[in-house]
Design a protein around this ligand. Structure first.
Ligand code: HEC
Length: 175
């Protein structure tokens, strides 16, 4: 069986040949290139694997939030829909409806019976507090009853929050 890495390797080899070949025959037809142009050609295939590797460096939350799209967040939100409704005026499920949650105090959705832990958090849901909460719900509000492990991936959290932001008639400005 051909492994993924072998396929990637073969793909790179082929693209390197195509680039090199095109360059070579191009040179036959037009003026000769400088040494500098050669370097650029060989740098291209070498840079390709980096694009498919996951970004390792931790990133600033605001940068991630501004870059995040609500569409990506809607996909992340599939992890939440078993317990949370997103539509205006929707019935609460196991968890409270999340319409207009950004900018609210925790534990304030009408008609939902929160745990004491959630009700006494006492800090408004901002982009930052949502980020901290969603990273590890049980650490943010110990004893709360959201039995969800959290979103360890910072970019996923930022996307989820970018989506939560849109659940409003007048979404709050981005930071
Ligand atoms: C297993 C069910 C469950 C899942 C899955 C879940 N939640 Fe919750 N969530 C709850 C419950 C229950 C509460 C209320 C907690 C309490 O009262 O202690 C809550 C509370 C919240 C609150 C605070 C709401 C308020 O009115 O103060 C937010 C924000 C929230 N969840 C976001 C999310 C997001 C985003 C996801 C998905 C990444 C998610 N939750 C996944 C059950 C869940």
């Amino acid at each position: 069986m051909i492994s993924f890495l072998e396929k990637v390797g073969a793909g790179l080899l082929i693209s390197a040949w195509l680039i090199w070949g095109g360059h070579f025959f191009g040179d036959l037809l037009v003026a000769p290139r400088t040494a500098g142009a050669e370097k650029i050609v060989f740098a291209a295939p070498a840079a390709a694997p980096a694009a498919s590797a996951p970004a390792a460096a931790p990133q600033d939350f605001k940068v991630l939030l501004v870059a995040a799209t609500p569409e990506a967040g809607a996909k992340v939100f599939r992890k939440c829909v078993a317990c949370h409704a997103a539509e205006k005026g929707a019935k609460h499920k196991v968890g409270p409806g999340l319409w207009d949650v950004v900018g609210k105090m925790p534990g304030k959705a009408e008609g939902f019976s929160y745990s004491g832990a959630m009700a006494k958090v006492g800090k408004e849901w901002t982009y930052d507090t949502l980020d901290t909460f969603l990273k590890s719900p049980k650490d943010y509000a110990p004893g709360n009853k959201m039995t969800f492990i959290g979103l360890p991936d910072a970019a996923e959290r930022a996307a989820a929050i970018a989506y939560l932001r849109t659940l409003s008639d007048s979404p709050k400005p981005l930071p």
